[in-house]
Ligand binder design. Structure first.
Ligand code: ATP
Ligand code: MG
Length: 450
């Protein structure tokens, strides 16, 4: 196979050792628990390496989220060495070494096998169905996704071992798939989302040959497991880089694959109001994460699917469905569509729907209704959502001011405002459904027209 990409030839991985004085990563930056695991395995005569995201993050001065270890010891051998160890996973056994709340994942080197090896099974589209063979460190390196994720740090001599050119790519802030990009995406389409997510998280550029197939192969994500896509969605949007993630997904044609209803609504919303609101919501989420404030999947999905909800609502209202009924049906329709793609559990989808359905109630200012809404368990989230809509457009300024005051002085606020019964109409109604088309659709005679 000729491969222009000399950094990453899985067939002939050549070892490049980056010494401590060159890479500059210090043990002080590492988890004590991970270091204990590395030393114990090494003292027992096994090869043991810190690997994956942790090494990559340390090289660019980020604090790693978790520390993973790769070794040539089998899971049973790892278990025999640590009292605080449990084995998990059926398809591929992993060892978890537990120090209080710290869990170090220890994985035995793994090979996907070459095409001539019987243990590797793919379906007709080239998707990996089974990979459960242990392998050498070289095999473990080339089965990983990006070169930046395939670096091995050892306490033997404190060096970083690089088989795929990952060190140079980290220095150049490049995300490059190991091997043939199209084949690697076909094996596991979720790698497309990982490319977008890691580019957003690290501020890396997706190298052109790695980026090129994504928009073309994005539809393959329809076959990915909805539960896995849900997990990926949370990693994309609840880790402090939600806005950057969305922009990456947009740039690579991936929004449609993850949020089909929203992609459709954004495309038909000519004013761009829905996209502005969505991005504003993601910026707020990033700010909350940065301030260590809690973020919830329900609120996140309320933001991500708001365009789809507004669009569905506008369609139903155009068909003459009464407002309250249209809201319920739009919420259900959008939820059902989305659950088929990302398995959104009900404990998140129900509060998400409540956040939407409470929006029009902020326009109802009779005393009794105000008190009831203030006492609603989802009031706070729904009000935050209202504020978000305000930040994206000025249409709800009056509502936000009223409800801010009502939370502080409920009696006074209701006395001053008096009765007002306006149903706040969601942003989409303005231009995502053209009013003229609506009327024409009702005329059966249109069929006979030339
Ligand atoms: P993060 O910092 O977000 O945790 P990460 O790169 O560590 O990013 P993980 O999901 O924790 O991501 O995966 C750990 C490692 O496992 C990766 O660095 C990579 O080497 C490998 N890996 C993960 N997912 C895949 C995949 N789909 N295909 C190949 N290798 C993968
Ligand atoms: Mg990780």
């Amino acid at each position: 196979m000729t491969d222009a990409n000399t950094h990453a030839t899985p067939d002939a991985p050549a070892l490049h050792v980056i010494t401590r004085d060159v890479h500059g990563v210090s043990r002080k930056q590492m988890s004590q628990s991970a270091l204990r695991v590395l030393y114990r395995l090494q003292e027992a005569g096994f090869g043991a390496y810190l690997v994956g995201g942790a090494v990559r993050d340390l090289l660019i001065g980020h604090q790693p989220k978790d520390f993973d270890v790769a070794t040539d010891a089998t899971p049973e051998q790892v278990k025999a060495l640590f009292r605080n160890c449990r084995l998990i996973g059926r398809r591929f056994r992993l060892a978890h070494v537990v120090y209080g709340r710290d869990i170090i994942e220890v994985a035995t080197f793994r090979a996907n096998g070459g095409d001539d090896e019987g243990d590797r099974q793919t379906d007709d589209g080239g998707r990996l169905l089974r990979d459960n063979v242990y392998g050498s460190i070289e095999e473990d390196a080339v089965r990983r996704d990006f070169t930046a994720n395939a670096l091995y740090y050892t306490v033997e001599d404190f060096s970083v071992r690089d088989y795929v050119g990952g060190y140079a790519d980290v220095q150049a802030r490049l995300l490059r798939l190991i091997g043939n990009p199209e084949a690697r995406y076909r094996e596991d389409p979720v790698r497309m989302l990982r490319a977008a997510r890691l580019a957003a998280k690290l501020g890396f550029t997706i190298e052109p040959a790695t980026a090129e197939p994504i928009a073309r192969l994005a539809p393959l994500l329809a076959d990915a497991a909805p539960a896995r896509l849900f997990e990926e969605t949370l990693k994309l949007f609840l880790a402090g880089h939600a806005e950057a993630s969305f922009l990456q997904l947009e740039a690579h044609g991936l929004v449609q694959a993850l949020l089909p209803g929203t992609a459709h609504a954004l495309a038909s919303n000519k004013s761009g109001a829905l996209r502005r609101m969505l991005l504003q919501g993601l910026r707020n989420t990033d700010r909350r994460v940065a301030n260590d404030e809690p973020v919830s999947p329900a609120f996140l999905y309320a933001v991500l699917l708001w365009p789809a909800y507004c669009h569905a609502l506008a369609l139903l209202q155009a068909q003459g469905v009464h407002a309250a009924e249209a809201q319920r049906r739009a919420a259900d329709r959008v939820t059902m569509q989305q659950v088929a793609r990302t398995a959104l559990p009900r404990r998140f989808s129900l509060p998400m729907q409540e956040i939407w359905l409470l929006q029009p109630r902020f326009s109802l200012r009779q005393r009794k209704r105000v008190f009831r809404l203030l006492a609603h368990p989802r009031f706070r989230a729904a009000f935050d959502f209202l504020e978000l809509r305000l930040a994206a457009s000025n249409a709800h300024a009056d509502d936000v001011a009223f409800w801010r005051e009502a939370q502080l002085h409920p009696t006074q606020a209701t006395a001053e405002q008096g009765f007002q019964d306006v149903l706040a109409s969601p942003e989409a109604a303005e231009d995502s459904v053209a009013p003229r088309k609506r009327r024409r659709r009702r005329k059966p005679a249109a069929e006979g027209a030339p």
